[in-house]
Every structure is written in structure tokens, then in C-alpha cells.
Design a protein around this ligand. Structure first.
Ligand SMILES: *[C@@H]1O[C@H](CO)[C@@H](O)[C@H](O)[C@H]1NC(C)=O
Ligand SMILES: *[C@@H]1O[C@H](CO)[C@@H](O)[C@H](O)[C@H]1NC(C)=O
Ligand SMILES: *[C@@H]1O[C@H](CO)[C@@H](O)[C@H](O)[C@H]1NC(C)=O
Ligand SMILES: *[C@@H]1O[C@H](CO)[C@@H](O)[C@H](O)[C@H]1NC(C)=O
Ligand SMILES: *[C@@H]1O[C@H](CO)[C@@H](O)[C@H](O)[C@H]1NC(C)=O
Ligand SMILES: *[C@@H]1O[C@H](CO)[C@@H](O)[C@H](O)[C@H]1NC(C)=O
Ligand SMILES: *[C@@H]1O[C@H](CO)[C@@H](O)[C@H](O)[C@H]1NC(C)=O
Ligand SMILES: *[C@@H]1O[C@H](CO)[C@@H](O)[C@H](O)[C@H]1NC(C)=O
Ligand SMILES: *[C@@H]1O[C@H](CO)[C@@H](O)[C@H](O)[C@H]1NC(C)=O
Ligand SMILES: *[C@@H]1O[C@H](CO)[C@@H](O)[C@H](O)[C@H]1NC(C)=O
Ligand SMILES: *[C@@H]1O[C@H](CO)[C@@H](O)[C@H](O)[C@H]1NC(C)=O
Ligand SMILES: CC(=O)N[C@H]1CO[C@H](CO)[C@@H](O)[C@@H]1O
Length: 379
């Protein structure tokens, strides 16, 4: 672990001119890159069904989307010692642009490692104010006491659909919740209660291919109904699997369809896991960011998490495989927080948005901090 100190500063009330939300400047938490102020609030700017999504001049990407550079001031969010639920680790953010503001749903843990999902918002993509309460936390038996992990959010017809992992310390289950304001969430429980995935443990072949009943994680949903009449999702944390739904609430998985994307690149040989929900490209395909873990081959450290990209065609190849893939990651652990953390050698991307002429890719650093990388919008 990187040595960290934190200390409480005198409280100072700040008023945001646009929304009259009071942001409490409550704490500093020291990171390897100096002190990071914590801006937090007991209220949240109001989002309704009529709130706008994306920028007026949003420009769809094409594959590949290159040029990501890590922000020099990372991390942009660190744990907040003032709130138990987010006091120890803060990472793995999903992102969405609503009402000309970037919103993050992020995973946070307290010191006994119960996870909750927090909410933060920003007008510039770097400086976030967070809500003092978790918006999704452990209330159900399947969430006690590991909590609610790894949010991924989309919005369809004014409703937000959130996938997250409910963890009871025995089985990780991909769960669903919906909201119209990002604050008040209705839980629907495990999305694929009957799924059985397999363990893939490259370090212990004897422990591999063991069935895990009910185990599912990391669901990334395409936010448009496909011509086959269903919404598509890729999920799983050892292999990527395919599931579909007619209503975004009830999901189907069949063992008829094989693994969505085989492991190809050297840096993804240990596992593949969805990053942000896929984004439609200019030519009607979908760009899917994903995270991969290396086994130590090809110059990539064993257990290193990196982020890559694939191009998928849900119309012609709904069950995979991808039609193109980058050979090398676009993001790898390089900074001190990524190399040493709660888990070492990790960048884990979950949020991708376009804002003010740039792409913002939000990711967890070492399962402990939250960082961002940016790339230009393609001409
Ligand atoms: C959304 O807009 C419609 C049409 O203008 C209006 O009837 C409705 O009250 C609005 N909903 C909210 C929550 O503001
Ligand atoms: C700290 O920030 C500076 C500039 O803001 C940057 O050059 C440096 O790489 C950062 N260091 C770490 C450890 O992130
Ligand atoms: C962490 O949060 C859980 C759930 O609220 C709680 O049961 C546990 O006591 C907390 N741990 C600490 C060290 O406060
Ligand atoms: C960050 O946001 C806070 C709260 O809105 C504001 O007070 C502060 O000036 C901002 N800092 C920068 C560098 O923009
Ligand atoms: C979940 O969050 C709510 C609202 O902040 C809080 O009242 C409740 O105690 C939390 N539950 C747990 C288990 O942390
Ligand atoms: C969203 O609206 C579109 C266009 O009206 C419709 O085709 C689609 O079924 C709706 N999806 C959901 C989940 O309501
Ligand atoms: C939260 O959402 C539910 C379901 O839409 C609704 O019944 C409830 O009134 C909402 N609560 C608040 C505090 O907005
Ligand atoms: C799960 O399997 C049980 C037993 O086969 C079945 O009764 C139930 O309907 C299934 N649930 C779903 C959501 O498919
Ligand atoms: C799941 O598949 C069954 C059988 O093909 C079908 O009847 C059902 O409508 C499907 N459910 C969804 C949500 O797609
Ligand atoms: C959903 O996908 C399954 C394959 O996993 C397929 O058999 C089924 O037809 C699809 N459902 C619809 C309504 O297309
Ligand atoms: C539109 O895009 C340009 C560059 O691509 C960006 O500088 C500008 O801020 C955007 N305008 C709005 C209103 O988002
Ligand atoms: C990043 C950081 O400094 N985190 C610390 C914030 O403060 C809490 C409480 O003192 C520590 O537990 C965190 O490690």
C-alpha cells in the first residue's frame, strides 16, 4: 500500500451558482500526488425524465478510438474519511452526461470492505462534487455483507438502468436497479439467477472449469433495441457471455451461444470483463471497451489489468465473435496508485462519455482511487 495521511480541515460552505447546491468542503485526503480536497453535498441537482442526455453536438466515434492520455492530476476522487461507507477505497466508476453535467456512479468501500455505490457530478470532467449518502447499498440478503459493486449505467427513454454486482461473500450476482433521477433506485434483484459460469484460473489448472452456480458479474448493456427485437448485454468476469431481453428488466441467457469473445491478445489471457457499456459507432457498429488480465506473457505482468477495445456487430453477429479488436491496450497501470493499491497493477475502466469535445474514460486505480484519461473526438 502507498502511505496515505488524511486530516480534517475547517468546514466551509460553498454555493454553486447554477444549481444552488451547497457543497461542503470537509476534508483533505492525501494521495501520492498531494492533498485532494473533498467536495460533498447533502443534496443532488434534480434530474427528471425530461433531462437531456449527451451534448447537442455529440459526435459518434469509429473504431478504434485512440489517443487516450491519463490526466496528470489523477486521482480525481479519493476516499472520504468523513463518510464511513466511502472511507477506505473509491474506484470503478460508470459515467453518463445528463443536463450538460458528467455524472459518475462509483464503487466505494469502508475499511471492512463492504461496497456501496456513490454519486458524483462535475461541470468540467475533473472536479467532482459527491453526494454524502450512497445511492445503492446493501439492503438485500444477496448483498450482505460484501455489498454493491461495480456499477454500469445506461439511460433508455428517460429511465436509468443500472447493473451492479451484489455480493453476499459467497456468490457474486449481477443485479439490476432502475431510476429516473440517479438518486432513488428500485431494485429488481439478480438478473440471471440461474446462470452457471465456470472458473478460469490460469494459475491453478486443476481449479479451472469448475462450475459456479448463480455466479455473474459486470453487465454492459447496449442502449438501443436491436433489429432482432431485444436489448443485448455482455456479462461475466472470466469469460464474456451474451444475454438478451425484450424489456431491459427480464434477461435470458442460453448455453447454446458460446463465449462472446475468445481470449486472443496476450494481455487478456487470464480473463476478460466488460468495461463501459458499448457505444454505437458512426457506421452503425458498436465500440466495446473491455478490461483484460494478463498471465505474465508478452511483457505484461501476471495479474495486470489493462483496458482494450473491440468492434462488435450485434445485427449480424449478435452472439459474437467481435469483428475487430485492438492488439494492444489503450490504458495500462503506470502511476504509483495503479501499480500499488488494494490490488496491485490495476486500471479498471467502467465509464466512457463525450463532453466538450473530448472523450473522458473513467477508471479505478489499484482498486483504491478513481482516475480519468481523455482523448480527442475524432474529426
Ligand atoms: C416532462 O415534460 C412533459 C411535457 O412537457 C411534462 O408534461 C412533464 O410534466 C415533464 N416531467 C417532469 C418530471 O418534469
Ligand atoms: C502528479 O501530478 C503531476 C502534475 O499534475 C504529474 O506530472 C505527476 O505525474 C503526478 N504524479 C503521480 C504519481 O500521479
Ligand atoms: C462497513 O459497512 C457495513 C455495512 O454498513 C457495516 O456493517 C460495517 O460495520 C462497516 N465497517 C466498519 C469498519 O465500519
Ligand atoms: C471544484 O468544485 C468546487 C465545488 O463546486 C468549487 O468550489 C471549486 O472551486 C472547484 N475547483 C476548481 C479547481 O475548479
Ligand atoms: C444505506 O444507505 C442509507 C442512506 O444513506 C443508510 O441509511 C443505510 O444505513 C445504509 N445501509 C447500509 C447497510 O450501509
Ligand atoms: C424506448 O423507446 C423506443 C422508441 O419509442 C421503443 O422502441 C423502445 O421499445 C423503448 N424501450 C423501452 C425499454 O421502453
Ligand atoms: C422512489 O421511486 C419510487 C418508484 O418510482 C417511488 O414510488 C418513490 O416515491 C420514490 N421516492 C422518492 C423519495 O422519490
Ligand atoms: C430458474 O430455474 C428454476 C428451476 O429450474 C425455474 O423455476 C425458474 O423459473 C428459473 N428462473 C428464471 C428467472 O429463469
Ligand atoms: C426468454 O426466452 C424464452 C424462450 O425463448 C421466451 O419465451 C421469453 O420471452 C424470453 N424472455 C425475454 C425477456 O427475452
Ligand atoms: C436471445 O438470444 C438467444 C440466444 O442466446 C436466442 O436463442 C433468442 O432467440 C434471442 N431472443 C430473441 C427474442 O431474439
Ligand atoms: C461541441 O464540440 C466542440 C468540439 O468538438 C466543443 O469544443 C464544444 O464545447 C461542444 N459544444 C457543446 C455545446 O457541447
Ligand atoms: C486516499 C486516502 O488518503 N485515503 C485515506 C483517507 O482517510 C481515511 C481515514 O483516515 C483512510 O482510511 C484512507 O486510507
Amino acid at each position: 500500500m502507498v502511505a496515505m495521511r488524511s486530516f480534517t480541515a475547517p468546514s466551509l460552505l460553498l454555493l454553486s451558482s447554477s444549481s444552488f447546491i451547497s457543497a461542503q468542503f470537509s476534508n483533505f485526503n492525501t494521495t501520492a500526488n498531494g492533498t485532494l480536497p473533498v467536495y460533498s453535498s447533502d443534496t443532488v441537482p434534480l434530474i427528471t425524465e425530461n433531462s437531456t442526455e449527451n451534448e447537442p453536438n455529440y459526435t459518434a466515434p469509429y473504431f478504434p478510438l485512440l489517443g487516450f492520455k491519463e490526466y496528470e492530476g489523477n486521482p480525481i476522487l479519493a476516499p472520504n474519511p468523513a463518510n464511513n461507507w466511502e472511507s477506505a477505497y473509491l474506484y470503478n466508476p460508470s459515467a453518463i452526461v445528463i443536463d450538460d453535467t458528467i455524472w459518475l456512479l462509483y464503487r466505494a468501500q469502508n475499511s471492512s470492505r463492504t461496497s456501496s455505490i456513490g454519486l458524483a457530478w462535475s461541470k468540467d470532467g475533473y472536479n467532482f462534487t459527491r453526494y454524502n449518502n450512497p445511492v445503492v447499498n446493501a439492503t438485500e440478503s444477496y448483498e450482505h455483507v460484501g455489498g454493491c459493486e461495480d456499477p454500469r449505467v445506461i439511460r433508455v427513454n428517460g429511465t436509468f438502468y443500472l447493473t451492479y454486482t451484489g455480493y453476499d461473500l459467497h456468490t457474486a450476482r449481477l443485479c439490476l436497479a432502475t431510476s429516473t433521477d440517479l438518486v432513488n433506485w428500485t431494485k429488481y434483484g439478480p438478473m440471471l439467477p440461474n446462470v452457471t459460469d465456470v472458473v478460469y484460473n490460469w494459475q491453478d489448472p486443476l481449479a479451472s472449469w469448475v462450475p459456479r452456480q448463480g455466479w455473474s458479474k459486470s453487465g454492459a448493456i447496449l442502449n438501443e433495441r436491436q433489429p432482432d427485437g431485444t436489448y443485448h448485454m455482455h456479462f461475466g468476469d472470466s469469460f464474456l457471455y451474451f444475454a438478451n431481453s425484450t424489456d431491459l428488466i427480464h434477461w435470458n441467457f442460453t448455453y447454446d451461444s458460446p463465449v462472446f469473445a475468445p481470449k486472443l491478445n496476450v494481455w487478456e489471457q487470464a480473463l476478460m470483463e466488460s468495461a463501459a457499456p458499448p457505444v454505437k459507432t458512426r457506421d452503425g457498429m458498436w465500440l466495446k471497451f473491455y478490461n483484460g488480465v494478463a498471465t505474465g506473457l508478452g511483457g505484461y505482468k501476471a495479474t495486470q489489468y489493462s483496458t482494450g477495445q473491440m468492434l462488435i456487430d450485434p445485427v449480424n453477429q449478435p452472439y459474437g465473435p467481435p469483428i475487430a479488436r485492438l492488439e494492444t491496450p489503450i490504458l495500462q497501470p503506470t502511476s504509483v496508485h495503479e501499480i500499488e493499491g488494494q490490488v496491485d497493477n490495476v486500471v479498471f475502466s467502467e465509464g466512457l462519455v463525450q463532453f466538450r469535445g473530448q472523450w473522458f474514460l473513467y477508471f479505478g486505480q489499484g482498486d483504491a482511487f478513481l482516475g480519468v484519461a481523455t482523448a480527442p473526438v475524432q474529426p
